[in-house]
Design a protein around this ligand. Structure first.
Ligand code: SF4
Length: 403
């Protein structure tokens, strides 16, 4: 453990004169005393083995704890170890992740599992450099695995920890700026170095819990906070203004059209997206953005007419677009879409995959559930099955229109 006397962090590089120091050992002692009183009983905490920690940390990226819990439990039942994950088929893998979003996480988990089988005898390595060499494992995830599963004094810096540190040390610069990011990693590193031997994992967990439960975005619950006595932002009354958020560019919005193509046998045409890229490897009803370069919607062209042309260009089949099933709005990290889906009749041609998709299939409605779909197309499927409230609402808009 490092000498606590060198862990006193003068806070000096920010917008206002600094007169106070935050002492790392005080922060650590307060957090470690507080954690047992509030620690949530979460399934990945019951078994702090490296594989479970790794899977949970990947699932928790961009995703709420309550959403992750059932996925985590199903995943561990379906893939109990690295060997079973490495050997899974693409459809099995994506089906287990269906609805969780950010599907590159699942593909990277499997690529990393395959690398662990090939390079490390099926055992997740406990060296930082070896972890960082695996797909999908960055500095945060490596720090979480090393501290939580191996007890090493490695820091973590996720959104919760970033917010806590910006407030405790009253950091008045954009945490996304590289210099501030480096400073935050340094502060997080100082804290784990100040933790008693073997307790870096508990300290990191306490920082994450504090950000999740008390030092929340907007108005934090300072009266319930174990760090209220040392927190600079709270002392200065600026906690609601930390972290500083830089003005971001408006999120782009795209219109997407999807074709629900039925053949004469009552089967739907679905297609598998290319393995790499957004929603890679997932199945969907053939769809395309109206703003697609080259093939996009033309001036004066209606959305159904554009869809008919785009399906012909992408899949080589002729369809007629009929009634609209409905529209679904969805936000991805860097853009938003509105997806309009249309019932379509297949007129001719055999669907091919040369220009875009990786595979196509005609599937009976009852069999669609066997294929992994992205969230937006899951909603379409539910509408088709008349199962979900959304489906009933959208189906009210359904206009009886001949194909
Ligand atoms: S005192 Fe308030 S602002 Fe400071 S760390 Fe605690 S909850 Fe966050």
């Amino acid at each position: 453990m490092a000498n606590p006397s060198v862990m006193s962090m003068p806070v000096s590089s920010h917008s206002q004169p600094q007169t106070t120091s935050v002492v790392a050992t005080e922060v650590v002692a307060s957090l470690l005393a507080w954690l047992p009183r509030v620690r949530r009983d979460l399934p990945w905490r019951r078994r702090r083995d490296p594989y479970a920690v790794w899977v949970s940390e990947i699932m928790l990226q961009q995703t709420q704890v309550a959403t992750v819990i059932p996925y985590f439990e199903r995943w561990l039942a379906r893939f109990p170890d690295i060997a079973s994950l490495a050997a899974a088929s693409q459809d099995t893998l994506l089906k287990a992740w269906e609805g969780l979003g950010y599907y590159a996480r699942a593909r990277n988990l499997q690529h990393a599992a395959q690398a662990v089988m090939a390079r490390h005898g099926g055992v997740l390595p406990s060296r930082r450099e070896a972890l960082l060499a695996l797909p999908g494992i960055g500095r945060y995830t490596a720090g979480a695995i090393l501290s939580l599963a191996f007890g090493q004094a490695e820091p973590v810096l996720d959104g919760n920890v970033r917010r806590v540190l910006c407030r405790v040390y009253d950091i008045a610069s954009d945490p996304a700026a590289p210099a501030t990011e480096r400073e935050l990693w340094s502060l997080a590193g100082n804290l784990v170095q100040a933790a008693p031997e073997g307790q870096a994992g508990d300290l990191n967990e306490a920082l994450m819990e504090l950000g999740a439960l008390v030092c929340v975005p907007g108005q934090p619950a300072c009266s319930a906070c174990p760090l209220a006595g040392v927190c600079l932002a709270q002392a200065r009354g600026v906690q609601a203004e930390r972290p500083v958020t830089a003005k971001r560019a408006p999120t782009p919005h795209y219109t997407v059209a999807a074709a629900l193509v039925l053949d004469d046998a009552g089967r739907y045409l679905i297609a598998r997206r290319p393995t790499h890229g957004l929603l890679g490897g997932l199945w969907e009803f053939p769809s395309t953005p109206a703003e697609a370069s080259g093939t996009g919607q033309r001036a004066q062209e209606s959305l159904p007419d554009f869809l008919v042309r785009a399906v012909d260009e992408r899949l080589g089949i002729q369809i007629a677009a009929g009634a609209r099933l409905g529209q679904i709005s969805h936000a991805y990290t860097h853009f938003r879409i509105t997806l309009h889906s249309y019932h379509c009749a297949w007129l001719g041609g055999q669907p091919g995959v040369a220009s875009y998709y990786a595979a196509v299939a005609w599937v009976a409605p009852a069999e669609l559930g066997a294929y992994p779909f992205p969230v937006t197309h899951l909603k379409i499927r539910k509408c088709l099955n008349r199962e979900a409230p959304l489906g009933r609402r959208l189906l009210r808009d359904f206009t009886e229109q001949a194909y």
